[in-house]
Design a binder for this molecule. Sequence first.
Ligand code: SF4
Ligand code: SF4
Length: 218
Amino acid sequence: MIVTKQKKLDDIARNIRGSVFIFGCGICSDTSRTGGPKEVLAMREILEDRDILVTGTYVIDAMCHIQKTRKAVRDNKDTVLKSDSILVLSCGSGVQSAVIAIDDSKKIVSGVDTMFMGNIENLSSLKEMCSLCGECVLNETAGICPVTLCPKGLLNGPCGGMKNYKCEVDGNMDCAWVKIYERAIIQNTVDDVDNIAKPKDYSVKKRCATVKFTGSHR
Ligand code: SF4
Ligand code: SF4
C-alpha cells in the first residue's frame, strides 16, 4: 500500500480557493490515517472552523483507480460542480486521478505527502520493504531487499561498518546483509549470495511508465 502523511493544515488551507469538496481514499489513505472516512470528516470540521465552505465529502475505495474516481465525480456531480476547489486526501496518484476526472476549471489541492510503498506490520506500523527499483534482486539476496533495507542500498554486503549484527547508520536496525546471510545459510544458498553483484542498472526504472495488457487475462 502507499503510505502518506498529512500536509500542514495551514498549507492545505492556503491552497484552497473558495469553496471545496473533499475526496478521500478508502484503502491506502484510510490505512495511513490520512484520508479515510474519519479523517475526511475531521478535515471537514477543521476547514469549516476556518470559515471555508465545504460543499461535500466522499471517500472513493481506491482513488488511484481512474474509472472509480470518474464514477465518484459523476455521483457527486452537483456538489463537485459548484465547488471552486477539490481537496484530495490520497497519494499523488489519486490526486492525478482527480485531475483527469474533474474539469480543468477546478483547483485540485493535495492534502497529503506521498512517502513510500509500505508493508502493513500491524494496524499502527507501516514499513518500507521495496522501493520499486524496477529490477528485483530478491532471488539473489535470500528474499530480503538490500536496495531498501540497507540504508546504503549495497548490493554486496555487509559493509565494514556493521557491528554486532547491527547497521552502522542506525544502531537500532539489524544489518540487512546479516539477515540475508542468515537466511542463505538456512537455505543453503550462500554461494548465490556470495556472487559479486554487478552495479545496478537504474535506467530500467522508467518514469512515466505504462503497462498495457493484451487480451483478456481474467
Ligand atoms: S530489489 Fe528491492 S527495491 Fe527492487 S523490486 Fe526487488 S524488493 Fe523492490
Ligand atoms: S551495516 Fe549493513 S545495513 Fe547498515 S549500511 Fe552497512 S551493509 Fe547496509
